[in-house]
Design a protein around this ligand. Structure first.
Ligand code: C2E
Ligand code: MG
Ligand code: MG
Length: 542
């Protein structure tokens, strides 16, 4: 006997692009007649699947699969359908084979949903994501949209959390994560769960990775907010990788692989960040040039520190200085730390620069202490990578010993996001630093999400309110935020530095609300050490 696929299938037909049946294999056990549309054989709710499959099969020339309900039999029958373009056919013709899969049917009768959705979160699963990628590709090809972004998102350190929560707790967390993510994307953007702690988004209408930045930042920030599971606050961060169609891959497989590579690259950078495929495999050439110029700049002594004074908000007395790195490149001019620090941070360069800044600032503080009040402090920024670096404590001890500066005159600024990334680990690092006698400030406070429980537990000295809250003062919302931070700080026995104070009105407001310390252009910009000495120290002795 001649066994073909159509002998094994319950139905084998050919269709045109409109779904009109052109031929029916005689061995078919399902009823179908030439000339009627395939749409009329199936449940109206499943009709779209057929239309999409026809279009995608035509444009991608790949087999399409879907599950639908056949109505022609006595009872509706679930059928697993596979559709492909008959090669070389003109006008296009499609071969469709269907298999009775009623035995897959679950209690609620909703087989197609089960086959395409994740049972825990009810989000589309990997199968449906793949379909949606294909559909998006065909939409771009039909020029209905610019392009799209595939974003893969993976929770950092989920295994550890899952182990400590137990299976049920881990499931709850994943459900909450799914719920939070759902709230962040448009209805039309697909959000899928594709693995244990792995999710994917398709953002349509995207031409360039830059256009995804707002959404990605929103996701990274939202995921930092604690999750409440079984009465505990859990802190998570995520790593996101992006690949853009068609730039980073022209077929679903390549696109997915490239988004995955980008996501792993984000993980390698320490997590809680986002990489696009482009930058993951082929770091921006301008970054590479800057990085090598930075190495050269280190050798040529192009880096220097500027110092910005920190004053008592009420008396106006000098209380300390923040060391801020500057790079004066002979060709490019003065380059802002906002540009070069993130690039240095993605390599070991930050460790060299950070060590240099710390040593330099300690020496400078020691010199100025002979002219300033004995509690004058030098504030030095510690980057995320430095904070996680094994030898941080030792590096600080060496800088203090070399310069002869007392640890109590040194403050380390660590951003809120870095401290809350892995609060348990942060706590033990902070404790070691505190034991060595140095003080800790939480930089850019208010821009991330802090756990009160940890703020209470961490051995901190100062909260630095981020400039963005000071900017709009006395705007009502910022007044409320600053008042809340001040009373929180008071309760925790911490000092508060308001950053970016530019007007007398802001200063008056802060002083009236009991903010101890201010830093900003109004009272002093970051300046060279010579200027600082002239402006803020020399007059004390005149
Ligand atoms: P940051 O630690 O929050 O530093 C405060 C930033 O606000 C500085 O920018 C300062 O010049 C600026 N600023 C202070 N007062 C005002 C004001 O009244 N108005 C305005 N518009 N800006 C004000 P800068 O020097 O460009 O540094 C930017 C960031 O670069 C710093 O933010 C810090 O995160 C990083 N950075 C600077 N130096 C170092 C360093 O030595 N190591 C590390 N890891 N990061 C550094
Ligand atoms: Mg700072
Ligand atoms: Mg700051």
């Amino acid at each position: 006997m001649n066994v073909s696929l159509s002998n094994l299938a319950d139905l084998a037909v050919t269709l045109d692009l409109q779904g009109v049946i052109r031929s029916v294999d005689s061995a078919s056990s399902f009823e179908a007649t030439v000339g009627e549309t395939f749409h009329s054989l199936i449940h109206p709710d499943d009709a779209d699947k057929l239309t999409q499959a026809l279009e995608t099969a035509l444009f991608l020339e790949q087999k399409q699969s879907f599950v639908c309900r056949f109505l022609r039999q006595e009872d509706p029958v679930w059928a697993d359908c596979h559709l492909m373009l008959v090669s070389g056919s003109a006008p296009p013709e499609f071969a469709l084979v269907a298999f009775d899969v009623s035995h897959w049917q679950q209690d609620d009768g909703n087989i197609s949903h089960l086959a395409t959705h994740d049972s825990l979160t009810d989000l589309p699963n990997r199968t449906l994501l793949n379909d949606r990628i294909k559909i998006n590709i065909s939409a771009v090809q039909r020029q209905q949209q610019a392009g799209f972004a595939l974003q893969l998102l993976d929770l950092d350190g989920f295994k550890k959390i899952n182990d400590s929560l137990g299976h049920a707790g881990g499931d709850k967390l994943i459900k909450d994560v799914a719920k939070r993510l759902k709230g962040l994307v448009r209805e039309s953007d697909t959000l899928a769960r594709i693995g244990g702690d792995e999710f994917a988004f398709i953002l349509s209408g995207i031409r360039h990775e830059k256009e995804t930045e707002i959404v990605v930042k929103k996701i990274l920030t939202a995921m930092q907010r604690p999750f409440r599971i079984d009465g505990n606050n859990l802190y998570l961060t995520t790593s996101i990788g992006t690949a853009i169609y068609p730039e980073h891959g022209k077929d679903p497989g390549t696109l997915f692989k490239h988004a995955e590579m980008a996501m792993y690259s984000a993980k390698e950078m320490g997590g809680n960040c986002w990489r696009s495929y482009d930058r993951a495999v082929n770091p921006d050439s301008s970054d590479v040039t800057l990085e090598s110029a930075m190495h050269e700049g280190m050798r040529n002594g192009e880096f220097l520190l500027h110092y910005q004074p920190i004053f008592c908000a009420i008396s106006g007395k000098l209380k300390g200085a923040e060391a801020l790195m500057r790079w004066e490149n002979p060709e490019k001019g003065m380059i802002s730390p906002g540009i070069f620090i993130p690039i240095a941070e993605s390599s070991t360069l930050i460790e060299l620069l950070g060590r240099w800044a710390l040593r330099m600032a300690c020496h400078q503080a020691k010199q100025w202490l002979s002219e300033a009040s004995p509690d004058f402090y030098m504030s030095v920024n510690v980057s995320p990578r430095q904070f996680r670096q094994e030898g941080l404590l030792n590096m600080i001890k060496v800088a203090l010993a070399e310069s002869g500066l007392q640890p109590s005159n040194l403050m380390l600024e660590i951003t809120e996001g870095v401290l809350m990334h892995d609060p348990e680990k942060s706590n033990s690092t902070l404790k070691e630093l505190r034991e060595a006698g140095v003080k800790i400030a939480v930089d850019d406070f208010g821009t991330g999400y802090s756990s009160l429980a940890y703020l209470k537990k961490f051995p901190l000295s100062v909260l630095k309110i981020d400039k963005s809250f000071v900017d709009e003062l006395p705007h009502i919302e910022d007044v409320a935020i600053i008042s809340a931070v001040l009373s929180l700080a008071k309760g925790l026995g911490l000092s508060v530095v308001a950053e970016g104070v530019e007007s007398q009105e802001q200063l008056d407001f802060l002083a009236s609300r009991g903010c101890n310390l201010v830093q900003g252009y109004l009272k002093g910009r970051p300046v060279s050490s010579i200027e600082f000495q002239k402006k803020h120290l020399a007059d004390k002795h005149e």
